[in-house]
Design a protein around this ligand. Structure first.
Ligand SMILES: CC(C)(COP(=O)(O)OP(=O)(O)OC[C@H]1O[C@@H](n2cnc3c(N)ncnc32)[C@H](O)[C@@H]1OP(=O)(O)O)[C@@H](O)C(=O)NCCC(=O)NCCS
Length: 186
C-alpha cells in the first residue's frame, strides 16, 4: 500500500508571480534585461518547489532559457510555475512566462523554462520530497515530458563530459576548416 499522505497534488504548489516592468529593469537597448526575468524565474521556482517540498530548496540546474520575444518597459510580466516532475530529493518546476501590454491587453509568450530544484534538510543535505498526485492529462503529459528530458540530459552530459580535442595545434587544423577564425600560430 502506498502511503498517500506523503504525496501532494500539483495544484498545492502552483504559483504565479506578477510584476510591472519599470524603467530601471531595462538594458541599453531599452528592453527588459534578461537577468531580471531570470531572477523572477528563480524566485517563482523557489516558492513552487519549497511549497511542494515543505523544505528549503536550491536551484540545481536550469534547462533552456530561450527568450522568444523582448519584454518592454511598462509591460506586466506573469510567471506561472508548477511542479512537473518529482524524483527522490529533486523536482522539476516548469515555468511559463507571459508579458501583457496593459494598454492594449495584448499578451505574448516570452519563454518557458524548466528549473531542477533540490530540497535540503536542516543539515544542508538533500532531503526526500513528497510524491506527486497527477490530476489531469496536462499534468501527466508534463510529467512524462520532464522524465524524457531528464534522460536526454543524462545522455547529453555523458557525451559532453567526453569531448576530446587533439593535442597540438597542427592536429586541430582540420577541425577549424570552414570556421570564421584566423590561426596565427603553427
Ligand atoms: C545541487 C546539489 C544539491 C546536489 O547535491 P549532491 O550532494 O550532488 O546531491 P546528489 O548527487 O545526492 O543529488 C541530489 C539530487 O539532485 C539531483 N541533481 C544533482 N545535480 C543536478 C544537476 N546538475 N541537474 C539536475 N539535477 C541534479 C540528483 O539527480 C538528485 O536527484 P534525485 O534525488 O531526485 O534523484 C548541490 O550540488 C548543491 O547544493 N549545489 C548548489 C546549489 C545552489 O546553491 N544553487 C543556487 C545557485 S547560486
Amino acid at each position: 500500500m502506498i502511503d498517500t499522505s506523503a504525496f501532494k497534488p500539483v495544484s498545492f504548489s502552483e504559483t504565479t508571480i506578477t510584476e510591472l516592468m519599470i524603467p530601471s529593469y531595462s538594458n541599453f537597448g531599452g528592453k527588459i534585461h534578461g537577468g531580471i526575468l531570470l531572477s523572477l524565474m528563480d524566485k517563482v521556482a523557489y516558492v513552487c518547489a519549497a511549497k511542494h517540498a515543505g523544505n528549503y530548496c536550491v536551484t540545481a540546474s536550469i534547462d533552456t532559457v530561450d527568450f522568444l520575444q523582448p519584454v518592454e518597459v511598462g509591460e506586466l510580466v506573469s510567471l506561472m510555475a508548477s511542479v512537473n516532475y518529482v524524483g527522490n530529493t529533486s523536482l522539476v518546476v516548469g515555468i511559463r512566462v507571459i508579458s501583457e501590454n496593459v494598454k492594449t491587453n495584448v499578451i505574448k509568450h516570452t519563454n518557458t523554462s524548466y528549473f531542477t530544484m533540490v530540497a535540503k534538510d536542516d543539515d544542508n543535505k538533500p532531503a526526500q520530497i513528497p510524491g506527486l498526485i497527477l490530476e489531469n492529462g496536462n499534468q501527466v503529459r508534463r510529467f512524462i515530458e520532464a522524465k524524457r528530458r531528464k534522460e536526454i540530459k543524462q545522455n547529453y552530459k555523458k557525451e559532453v563530459d567526453h569531448i576530446t580535442v587533439p593535442d597540438g595545434i597542427a592536429d586541430c587544423k582540420e577541425l577549424l576548416i570552414g570556421e570564421r577564425v584566423i590561426l596565427t600560430k603553427n
